[in-house]
Design a protein around this ligand. Sequence first.
Ligand code: BG6
Ligand code: MG
Length: 220
Amino acid sequence: MSEIKACLFDLDGVLVDTARYHYIAWKELAESLGFDFTEQDNERLKGVSRAASLNILLEIGGIELDEEEKARLAEQKNSRYVEYIAKMDSSEILPGALDFLKECRAQGIKVALGSASKNAMTILDNTGLTPYFDAIIDGTHTSAAKPDPEVFLLGAQALDTAPAHCVVFEDAAAGILAASRAGMRSVGIGSPGTLGEATLVVPSLKQLSVSALQEFFASV
Ligand code: BG6
Ligand code: MG
């Protein structure tokens, strides 16, 4: 199959350990509204935009609110989340992620971010990851949320690379679906139970090298 010429990375849960901050901030909000929010519930929010996440959370709690009140709660959750990420540094880069980004650069593979987050730049800057990207597409550039392929198609376009030569790295089922709708192969970071639709699933980027990936994808 086609050679890999570009890697498109999701941010939260793939490169940095922010998925847990999202979870804690949503859980705090749910508890302030009087219901519990479990890690299993949280799987439904991964990769999903802030507004859509709030709708899912309110559905779980059986709560109906008007748009004004929803905007206030989304802002409340984001303020808590921003407090957490303001303290981040490079120690919160996930295992293997930095080496993988460096290897991409060394092998001439282009690199883009494809994240739903509007806080992506703060996280990339605080962890020192910004210089590793040739293009950054985040929640401030997109109008449709994953599983819509928009974020990855914009990334491929910014890198001037055809989707068939791109590989997406994702920890969310919605992101894996977005990759396949974009005509791209994908690597799921996490467990095959939730990411079974990915071309390949690994527990973390530590288990993977760019050369091993080229070899694997040469056969699929
Ligand atoms: C995604 C996360 O990367 O970004 C979601 O997986 C999150 O959990 C979404 O809701 C939007 O993030 P933010 O930072 O704009 O609220
Ligand atoms: Mg993610």
